[in-house]
Design a protein around this ligand. Sequence first.
Ligand SMILES: *Cc1c(COP(=O)(O)O)cnc(C)c1O
Length: 428
Amino acid sequence: MTHTKDHPKHMEAFLIHGEDVTPRWDYSHHVVPPMTASVIYRVGSVERGAKGFAQFGDYDAMTEEPIYIYERIDEPTTGMLEDRLAEAERGEVGIAFSTGMAAISALTCALTRAGDHIISNDSIYGCTYSLFTNWMPKRGVGVTFAHLNGADITSLVRPTTRLVYFETPVNPTLELIDIEAVCKEVAKINEKRGEDEKVLVIVDNTFASPFCQRPIEFGVDFVVASLTKHLSGFGTDMGGVVIGPKKFFRDIMLYRKDFGGVLSGRHAWPFLVYGLPSLATRLRQTMSTAGKLAAFLAQHPKVEKVLYPGLETHPQYELARKQMRSYDGSFAPSSILYFVLKGSPKEARSKGAKLMDWLAEHALSYTLAVSLGHCKTLIEHPSSMTHSAISPEDQIRAGIDPGGVRVACGLEEPEMLIEEMGRGLEKI
Ligand SMILES: *Cc1c(COP(=O)(O)O)cnc(C)c1O
């Protein structure tokens, strides 16, 4: 490019333009990737611009020789995060979104159209439940909710069924669903179906994170996840991701482009720089803490039951040992536990509220708040908080106890968490 340096207004133009290529700015030599913040890209020539538009949706072209045009279409920092997340989940391609819900709604909408049918587990994240009950019917898509743990999926499937959707561990009950068993049953159903009629299995892997569980290795087609939780780690950033086969890349990218829930480069950056590199260390620590806190609660006289996949008393402990494994194969039951206090449902509920209120006011190591995967231990009441979109009758049917308490362990010393929990239990 030739600059007109002798123009009297050159410097003013320079302040706006700078120099587009300088030896100071070589991407590949960054130890920490740059936080790119350009919405638009210089395409150089009309021909190159046309080529950029033409390559949209072609994964190989977009990643091997990308022609960036506009941030909502594709972006290098976000692209780096997508590649790393796909690798972490052992999937083919990753597509990042502004939030977990943007990812979940994009995936489930891109894969369905009016007349289609979805089978979903009966206990799922509150907003996903709202998506399936408020918005899917408006799009002409029917959703059947069933208790998928041990369910006969073959009897629930219709000719129009396109998706089987669930979370495991189930939020908040920490019940598990056998990923491999579901995939095997669906594979059998798919034997009789044409390529475009196959039932696809989606797992929301937010609770476990890829460090603890990789559903794609058990045969799942897609993983969706909120990056806001374990992958952020510090409660400072929102994001979501879809990971799945290259075959569906174009459809999901098209949906993201047109509905616009993209993750910007600046917002991809913290996941790339802080969240992912600290994931294993944080989870190893919080898992160990969750194990100790769960063991303490399990022997406490005021506690009716504790559900934590890492406890031998968990009804599906064997399944937990099978499907929740870190990359080196060690048992990785994640760091969220759920417990119910003794008494009738009404008593348990009021005691649970009392305990949480006491901890919120007096304990340093517990924070009464929704979410999980934070460096601070978060405690909450699912029945009146995260799962309030589900009616009380449906909550009970889905195993959500009115008096259940969810704890998402943070990085505090476990001794302090146990001591403060013990004092809180004394007060109720
Ligand atoms: C938080 C959460 C979501 C939604 O993610 P956002 O980033 O808040 O949109 C979806 N599924 C599960 C299991 C979650 O915990």
